[in-house]
Ligand binder design. Structure first.
Ligand SMILES: Nc1ncnc2c1ncn2[C@@H]1O[C@H](COP(=O)(O)OP(=O)(O)OP(=O)(O)O)[C@@H](O)[C@H]1O
Length: 599
């Protein structure tokens, strides 16, 4: 009922908002093409061609810097490679229409060489590596004078015509620049609205949670940087032909790279249209200042950007797009309420008895320095079984989970998982565990805060459904089962802790796992939510999924578990039926101390 009501009230508002935004963006795009044609002035043409080039470069940058969250401060390296490849080949008689693809190819190879080692590490390595490579290419361009003209630069051979991208009039150049900008915007739109875009944003927001959802975080980032580098290089080729002259300082410029990033930051980093709006706002200011003040204004654009950036940071931290989204009807401001009468779907009656073994854990040992965190831990999980994993704080439960999901490699021992056809596999990475149907949640919830509830669950659903429509459908169905149906459009960050915990489980459930590892999903939630969570877990178990649940809420452990394992100081000290385990003196001693065990 709530679900339908929400949908009915929100749809017209949302549609109207979307229509207004689409109309506004179409007006901006039409203006970029029609204003210079209408005014028919050389300088105005130049400004609008420059807007197109910067908007396109910034949009390409945003695929890496925004979607993937990998700050590139030397992006001009790709632009410069495209520029030099295009001009050098044009001077050999090869059309820049071919040269731009050659430049794009080289740029992609360089991008992969720069990125691959950096994307495997955390920290600012990628930003530093792009700056380093920018400098390397600048020095190479200065050094190999016979090919590049060195510091004196290189003129293009003045062959005029579409084939050479060189024109006497400005209109054809505007048409090409506008077309390339549309290509970049279309690429950004397609990526953001496909599985790749969801994976990139998820990786940016919470890398561990993305890995647990089966995302190959290095591969998706490499795909993003390759597309971005190729587009930047193609723009470099066109811009070089437009300028008719290139030199290393201009083509491999750090300042230029920062300018590209700045447009996206000011317009709205990580949004599709932000870089365009940033360029539309800033390029005219800079170019008019340059035109009006001439040589006196050298460097003035840096001052202008500084002022605008300060204003943006102070008054609209999410850029122009952030400001515009605040003007939209406040759909996303609606908060999930604790009292919302939404329950998870009641569980199916009856259960399948625990079946064959699905996971075998043998002799797991793990040390952190001198600390022996897990000591010869071994057990078997059966199909359709709920295994409770309990133990005092610091017993090694989460470390064990990390080894059962590929996040940590054991020093000794092995984890085997039976695949869908019944063969035993030895997965090693989170991706391999996910591929075998092992899903996990995290003790500290890891929502993708920049995404809605629906999009969060879709990240899990993409594991089984490559198409957006199918993943959305699967996510909605999962959300309904988890009692999250009414909150699909809410930003994940606006959920209560109980809602976030359910979202965490929903994201994993959308992966349709065969084995579910739940790390304290009931910690910190109220009694109502605990009862809901117990029902939910039982209904999941009834569908044949095997569950290992780390839990401190004993009431839940007792009513849920088919079997309980007690871990203390990294060792299994008891295992069996819940009732017999909790009355075991060793377990009582581990939790409460010797006096209670003897009492
Ligand atoms: N990366 C690490 N480096 C060093 N020590 C670690 C690391 N991770 C965990 N530990 C230590 O290993 C021990 C076991 O930690 P773990 O988080 O697995 O326990 P736990 O049983 O899950 O505890 P809790 O119930 O409090 O979550 C603790 O003493 C912890 O401080």
């Amino acid at each position: 009922m709530t679900d339908i009501a929400t949908t009915l009230t929100s749809t017209p508002k949302r549609l109207a908002g979307r229509r207004a935004a689409t109309f506004g963006l179409l007006a901006v795009l039409a203006g970029i093409l029609l204003v210079p044609i209408g005014l028919n002035d050389e300088f105005v043409y130049h400004i609008f061609i420059t807007i197109c080039i910067f908007a396109a470069l910034s949009t390409a940058w945003n695929i890496v810097g925004g979607y993937a969250g990998q700050l590139s401060l030397g992006h001009a390296v790709f632009y410069g490679i495209g520029g030099y490849a295009g001009v050098m080949l044009a001077n050999l008689g090869i059309s820049p229409w071919f040269g731009m693809f050659a430049g794009a190819g080289v740029a992609v190879i360089v991008a992969i060489i720069v990125s691959y080692p950096c994307f495997r590490l955390h920290g600012p390595f990628f930003a530093l590596a792009t700056i380093a490579f920018l400098e390397v290419f600048r020095v190479l361009a200065l050094h190999f004078k016979e090919f590049t003209g060195g510091a004196t630069g290189m003129m293009i051979s003045l062959n005029i015509g579409w084939e050479w991208m060189v024109f006497r009039e400005r209109l054809p150049a505007l048409v090409i620049a506008f077309g390339m900008m549309l290509v970049c915007l279309a690429a950004a739109w397609v990526i953001r609205n496909r599985r790749l875009g969801f994976y990139l944003v998820a990786t940016r927001e919470r890398e561990s949670a993305a890995k647990a959802a089966g995302v190959n975080t290095v591969k998706v980032r490499l795909m993003a940087v390759s597309v971005s580098a190729a587009l930047s290089a193609m723009l470099g080729t066109f811009h070089a032909m437009y300028l008719t002259f290139i030199e290393p300082e201009a083509m491999f410029s750090l300042e230029f790279s920062i300018q590209i990033a700045m447009f996206a930051l000011i317009g709205g980093i990580g949004t599709i249209w932000g870089p365009l709006l940033g360029a539309v706002l800033l390029v005219p200011i800079t170019e008019f200042a340059r035109g009006a003040l001439g040589a006196e204004a050298i460097g003035l654009h840096g001052f202008v950007y500084g002022i605008v950036l300060m204003l943006v940071v102070l008054f609209m931290p999410n850029g122009i797009m952030g400001l515009l989204s605040r003007l939209r009807p406040a759909e996303s401001a609606r908060k999930e309420t604790e009292a919302a009468p939404v329950a998870a779907e009641p569980r199916a009656s009856g259960r399948t008895d625990a079946g064959e073994a699905v996971m075998r854990v043998e002799g797991l040992n793990k040390h952190f320095g001198g600390l022996h965190v897990t000591n010869d831990v071994g057990f078997t999980l059966r199909e359709g079984e709920i295994l409770g994993l309990i133990g005092p704080n610091g017993a090694g439960k989460t470390t064990l989970f990390n080894m059962l999901s590929g996040f940590l490699k054991p020093d000794e021992g092995s984890v085997s998982v039976r695949d869908a056809v019944g063969d035993w596999q030895h997965p090693a990475s989170p991706g391999e565990f996910a591929a075998l149907g092992v899903g996990r949640t995290f003790q500290i919830v890891q929502p993708f805060a920049a995404m809605t509830v629906e999009e969060n669950i879709m990240v899990g659903a993409f594991h089984r459904h490559a198409q957006v429509g199918d993943a959305r459908e699967a996510a909605r169905e999962t959300a309904r089962r988890m009692g999250l149906g009414p909150y699909l459009d809410l930003e994940a960050s606006s959920l209560t802790i109980g809602g976030l915990k359910r979202l965490e489980v929903a994201r994993v459930m959308a992966m349709e796992p065969r084995i579910l590892l739940l790390d304290e999903v009931m910690a910190g939630i109220n009694q109502t939510d605990v009862r809901r969570a117990v029902d939910l877990m039982l209904s999941i178990r009834d569908t044949g999924v095997s569950i290992i649940a780390i839990e401190h809420v004993m009431q839940a452990v007792m009513s849920l578990s088919d079997r309980v394992i007690v871990l203390n100081s990294g060792q299994i000290i008891a295992e069996g039926e819940p009732r017999s385990v909790v009355s075991d003196p060793m377990v009582i001693e581990a939790y409460l101390g010797k006096e209670f065990a003897n009492a």
